[in-house]
Design a binder for this molecule. Structure first.
Ligand code: GN1
Ligand code: MG
Length: 376
């Protein structure tokens, strides 16, 4: 139960009752490890019906909940149709299924202006914060490659940009510099090393946007939060479903590749306190690349393949910029577990960027070699 306070549990269960679920809810427990929304697992009394996942949408981050839910509904339906045409059965195990309210809306707004939604819970699956085997990494690559492939025929202009300039590094750096100027939390002086590190790399990190500006890579619909724990794997470690579709928006494939690798190649956690433990696991990089290209080679342009390692450098750097901006601003965006959490995350991502820089040419060779296997 989420609380020993029975009144609170009753309130949550009433809330669930606003949605068109099967059966009645009987228990609610906190679930998952996301930094943005609050997630709960709901069990019901229906012996044959599904269980559910309840989420409070972070409206500080997602300002337009209508747009957010329209995107998710469109993407889930599109994927569902694709899987159906492939003959996949038990579709609700392979793609998220949003449950409407009894009034037919995609979310419920309560009296305190909290926004809630419900999905069918996909049971019997696992997620990994740290990848353990090459099989898991390869499956992750297959899953995100297939995800992009299934959305390749949807017009990016039909998808709302729910967080404007979400992965635009120029915009992220502008916010970072504003946060330094404002120094809202009085922390600028303790951050010289990290600030210098970011500013020294400002131009170098512009390659993906540079390719886009020259129309060398196309805008596509991308997931934009391809942390490895956003893939559900089944008992045999086969990828079953890509989750966390809040940030599905127009983007570049290098973003998804880079963010997945950010979490896969790192031998330590995203927020590892001992940065000596942040090292690269190259076999996992190779395995993810194999799985990804297996699913995506048929639609990628050669320059997109080239851009993948630019994404691998960019995404940990951008994550560092985002964590540090939040630390400078007084921790208003990400959930934190202790006062220096965003700084700890910043330092771990900085070490990761340094490691990736040291191995850049090795990573480029691996991608090239793997991509060459598809040349005829
Ligand atoms: C956030 O909610 P979660 O934990 O899946 C963030 C991502 C970051 C990630 C870092 C909307 O994702 O962009 O990469 O934390 N989501 C949003 O762990 O900002
Ligand atoms: Mg997530």
């Amino acid at each position: 139960m989420i609380d020993t306070d029975n009144n609170q549990v009753t309130t949550y269960l009433q809330l669930v009752g606003c949605f068109a679920i099967e059966g009645s809810p009987v228990s609610i427990t906190p679930f998952g490890s996301g930094h943005i929304n609050d997630t709960y697992k709901i069990l019901t009394d229906s012996p044959d019906g599904p269980n559910y996942m309840l989420q409070r949408i972070n409206n500080n981050v997602f300002k337009n909940v209508d747009h957010l839910m329209e995107n998710i509904d469109k993407v889930c339906n599109h994927i569902k149709n694709k899987l159906k045409s492939e003959g996949v059965s038990a579709l609700e195990d392979h793609v998220l299924t949003p449950i409407p309210t009894k009034n037919g809306a995609l979310y419920h707004k309560d009296e305190q202006d909290n926004y809630w939604r419900i999905f069918v819970l996909i049971e019997g699956t696992k997620t990994y914060d740290i990848v353990e085997t090459t099989q898991q990494a390869k499956e992750g690559g297959r899953a995100f490659g297939k995800f992009q492939a299934m959305l390749a025929d949807l017009n990016p202009l039909d998808i709302h940009e729910v967080i404007p300039s979400f992965l635009h590094i120029g915009s992220r750096l502008r916010h970072f510099k504003q946060a330094i100027e404002q120094d809202a939390a009085g922390r600028v002086n303790e951050l010289k090393e990290e600030t210098t590190f970011i500013l020294e790399r400002e131009n170098k990190m512009n390659t993906v946007l540079g390719m886009a500006a020259k129309s060398q890579i196309p805008l596509r619909i991308t997931h934009n939060d391809t942390k490895f724990n956003n893939v559900l794997l089944n008992r045999d470690d086969r990828a079953q479903c890509v989750i966390d579709l809040d940030t599905v928006m127009p983007g570049y494939v290098a973003y998804d590749f880079g963010d997945a690798i950010r979490t896969i190649i790192n031998t330590a956690a995203e927020d590892e306190a001992d940065t000596r433990k942040v090292l690269l696991n190259i076999p996992l990089f190779e395995a993810y690349t194999k799985g990804y290209l297996e699913s995506a080679h048929h639609f990628l342009y050669p320059m997109e393949v080239t851009s993948l390692v630019d994404g691998v450098l960019l995404l940990p750097y951008m994550q560092m910029v985002r964590f540090l901006t939040d630390y400078l601003s007084g921790d208003t965006y990400y959930k934190i577990n202790h006062p220096k959490h965003n700084l700890q995350r910043t330092k771990a991502q900085m070490k990761l960027v340094q490691e990736i820089e040291k191995h850049e040419s090795l990573l480029r060779n691996i991608v090239r070699k793997e991509a060459d296997t598809y040349q005829t």
